[in-house]
Design a protein around this ligand. Sequence first.
Ligand code: APR
Length: 308
Amino acid sequence: MPSQRGSERRRQRGVLLAGVAVLLLALVLAAVLASALTRGKEEARPEPLRWQGRGTTRNLREIVLGRCYGYLAERRAELGDKDCLKIWESLKDAFIHKNPCSATTEDYRPLMELASHPISCNKSLFWSKTNDLVHLYTKSSHRFLTLEDTFLGYMLNGISWCGDPSAPGINYESCPKWSECESNPGSVFWKMASKMFAEAACGVVQVMLNGSIETGAFRSSSIFGSIEILNLNPDKVSEIHIWVMHNIGGPQSESCSGYSIKKLKNILEERNFKITCEDNYRPVQLLQCVHNPDHPDCSLCTNSTEAP
Ligand code: APR
């Protein structure tokens, strides 16, 4: 009897060991299969196209929605009803899954229509090479409005975005620079927005140029020179005031009598606009003086008003 019980126990132990071995083998096989499948997937996902510019800004959706709701919270009275979710969807549809060198104005038309709003006469302020100063001024005075202060410009200012033919359809690693291809999403969007901003201008308009850059305050290849001045409507715009600003302490590379400003005046006069030009428009110069209070240009008494 004892030998019968012993062989029974050996049989049970054998079955148990075989079971454990089968289970282990199954586990190993499952792990090998899972790793092969994941590797297969990684290999199958193609790399996004590579460009020289910075990639799509991370959290683009949240940033655009946040700016949209933020702007509306402050100015809904002027803008009327705007649907931020629709605006985001129309921006996304304009570029997602597309080759970023094939952007078209048609891609951005729905977005422009959803976000456009009227701009009061005498408010439009154009600029070239004075990005920081002009926006320091519009933020502090609210007298004028640049494209970047409009609803559309505000939502996308300083942001980069582009699509990619492969999943997930947005390239977060790189986007084409303006020099890599002309029809990239940023360039198509900003040129179109600039054109609309210029077409909408009426009454007296202003432009702030930089008289401290060596290449000249006015460049006909800039967005201002190649798009905005050509789309101002002489039937709606009565006067154009040019402000040539110099850095406090110089250099004073060009003033209102300079070569490129003369060229700008000629272009505008040929289109029947009335022009004035002022060097260092004082309200803006006073803002520059916040950082240079002791400089002679910032003295509150100029030579002519000083007591003898
Ligand atoms: N590459 C990259 N960015 C560019 C380029 C370019 N070649 N050209 C213009 N930009 C973008 C940049 O974001 C830059 O800060 O336009 C901005 C302004 O460029 P500037 O050379 O300083 O000026 P300009 O080309 O005349 O554009 C300014 O366009 O933004 C509108 O209404 C606004 O009047 C303003 C004008």
